[in-house]
Design a protein around this ligand. Structure first.
Ligand SMILES: Cc1cc2nc3c(=O)[nH]c(=O)nc-3n(C[C@H](O)[C@H](O)[C@H](O)COP(=O)(O)OP(=O)(O)OC[C@H]3O[C@@H](n4cnc5c(N)ncnc54)[C@H](O)[C@@H]3O)c2cc1C
Length: 495
């Protein structure tokens, strides 16, 4: 008899959701995490009097109690809805480029349209047509992909089939003439890590639609509170966890999982493993090379490791309104060309486009009284950071941080004199804490050819399942839901 019915590798969103779902179903489960806290990206850390949020800027898919989204339903299924406090954000985002535009979109379709028409009256009809397209497309997408209409066809769902894989930029060009309007409406491309010329329109449309319909949310206590809640519930349901305990090998016999070996050299027998360690790590590092079919290596080799980030975690000794910060989510840009912005992510060139989130605007208790915290994020690939000699790393990272701050000060000049604490994370920081190649925060790049539509999620190894960003999309909602879904597959296999 195996030691555990299931072992979960990694306590990121995917691993946590999988573990709790298994334990709730009465499956004897062990969760192993190489770090000393749960969450993966979904964590926090403390500097001075601030507890800094590492990852969560906007939680998608929640919806209201009256109009619940898929993630709220998933929280209900996991039985944790009463143990977390969700905070709704009023606005989608403020898009600001000094001297060019400054527009705040509400988390509401009609309000966003109204604001955009006020700023771009010459595009009034086009704005209506574009929003109609996004909403009509998403309606068809729900039928094809969620409800799995067996009769789905281009004749029945023309918008879905026409636009799902079209580059986002070509659709923006088809519907909108004003380049600044395109930039403002297209800001969410950065949540997907691929620039509009290369990003499939379908992916972008769903993000814009979902944040407007289900609203952006945050969690009281930050994403660490969510991770802790899921872990505590897992333990209450009889699950077992070991921290500071990485897995270094998955053992197989005749193409079936038989055991895992920990970094400490312990053999733990099990016939079912859910790996939240990412497919690249799982197939290349944890499984013996000869048991992995060549086709799986070819498939992994054809994909590219996705984007990471440089993050500035800033504690200010002032309230948001004293600093002129009125919105939680701010896209700040001095760059005019999204392709160049993305090309710059592969270099140490001064970044021109970034996300600045101040959690205290919608949750005044997020930081101590008289203070607030901001996260300033610029997308970045790991390559140029890996080439920096270790002796120059700190100098380079602080130089880079200064460049990011100089962009922030153009919009929020008062921030300059109120920084009490600051910590800088780079792609190398994410590599170290997550163990993922390139410190990728959304898994692989989501090129059109790598769209979820074409992805084989099932493992060629019997008893091995995957959860997390590397088997679909990155982000909280997809990874949490992928964990629950991997666990359900394990439960089905046990029945
Ligand atoms: C700065 C930043 C901002 C973000 N902003 C947002 C946002 O606003 N909204 C949003 O939806 N998403 C956001 N994301 C993305 C989101 O956080 C991630 O896509 C998601 O959390 C990834 O979850 P995951 O399940 O793939 O696991 P990960 O978070 O990647 O965690 C994997 C876990 O596995 C562990 N592990 C790895 N190898 C082993 C091993 N061999 N043995 C044991 N354990 C192992 C790691 O230590 C880690 O804990 C952001 C991410 C970052 C970093």
């Amino acid at each position: 008899m195996a030691d555990y019915q299931a072992v979960v590798i990694g306590a990121g969103n995917g691993g946590l959701a999988a573990s709790l779902t298994l334990a709730k179903a009465g499956i004897k489960t062990l969760l192993l995490e190489r770090h000393n806290i749960p969450g993966g990206c979904a964590t926090s850390f403390i500097r001075g009097r601030f507890e800094f949020e590492v990852a969560l800027h906007q939680l998608s898919g929640v919806g209201t109690e009256e109009f619940p989204g898929p993630l709220r339903n998933s929280f209900n299924d996991m039985g944790i809805s009463n143990d977390i406090e969700l905070i709704q954000m009023e606005n989608l985002y403020r898009a600001v480029s000094p001297g060019r535009f400054d527009v705040t979109l509400k988390a509401d379709r009609a309000e966003s349209i109204k604001v955009l028409k006020e700023h771009f009256p010459h595009e009034s009809g086009n704005i209506d047509r574009f929003f109609d397209l996004v909403w009509d497309y998403c309606n068809q997408w729900i039928h094809v992909l969620f409800m799995r209409d067996p009769e789905a066809s281009p004749a029945k769902y023309p918008l879905y089939f026409k636009y799902v894989l079209r580059p986002m930029q070509s659709v923006l060009d088809e519907y909108l003439n004003d380049v600044e309007l395109q930039t403002i409406i297209g800001m969410y491309w950065s949540y997907l890590g691929i620039p509009p010329e290369k990003l499939p329109f379908g992916e972008f449309a769903v993000v814009l639609w979902a944040y407007s319909e289900f609203k952006p949310w945050h969690i009281k206590g930050g994403s660490q509170a969510l991770s802790n809640t899921i872990l505590n519930s897992f333990l209450e349901h009889g699950g077992e966890v070991k921290f500071n305990c990485g897995v270094k090998r998955i053992k197989t016999e005749n193409g079936r999982v038989t055991a895992i070996v920990t970094d400490h050299g312990d053999d733990i027998t099990t016939e079912r493993v859910i790996s939240n360690a990412g497919t690249y790590t799982t197939y290349v590092e944890l499984l013996d090379e000869e048991v992995v079919p060549e086709s799986r290596f070819k498939e992994l080799g054809a994909r590219s490791v996705g984007v990471s980030a440089v993050s500035l975690f800033i504690g200010f000794d002032a309230e948001p309104d004293e600093l002129g910060i009125r919105e939680t989510t701010n896209f700040v840009t001095t760059g005019k060309d999204n392709n160049q912005v993305w090309e710059d992510c592969k270099t140490l060139n001064p970044p021109t486009s970034m996300l600045f989130t101040c959690y205290d605007v919608d949750d005044p208790d997020f930081s101590p009284k008289g203070a607030c915290q901001g996260a300033l994020i610029s997308l970045a690939y790991s390559d140029p950071w890996l080439k920096i000699p270790p002796t120059q790393y700190f100098e380079e990272k602080y130089k880079f941080a200064e460049k990011m701050l100089s962009v922030l000060y153009q919009v929020f000049p008062d921030c300059r004199n109120h920084i009490e604490e600051i910590e800088v994370g780079t792609p190398l920081t994410h590599m170290r804490y997550l163990g993922h190649p390139g410190g990728a925060i959304y898994g692989f790049d989501q090129w059109t050819k790598d769209s979820e539509l074409f992805l084989e999620k099932r493992s060629p190894i019997k008893g091995l399942y995957h959860a997390g960003a590397w088997i679909g999309s990155g982000g909280f909602q997809p990874t949490l839901m992928s964990g629950a879904s991997a666990a359900k597959a394990v439960i089905r296999s046990l029945k």
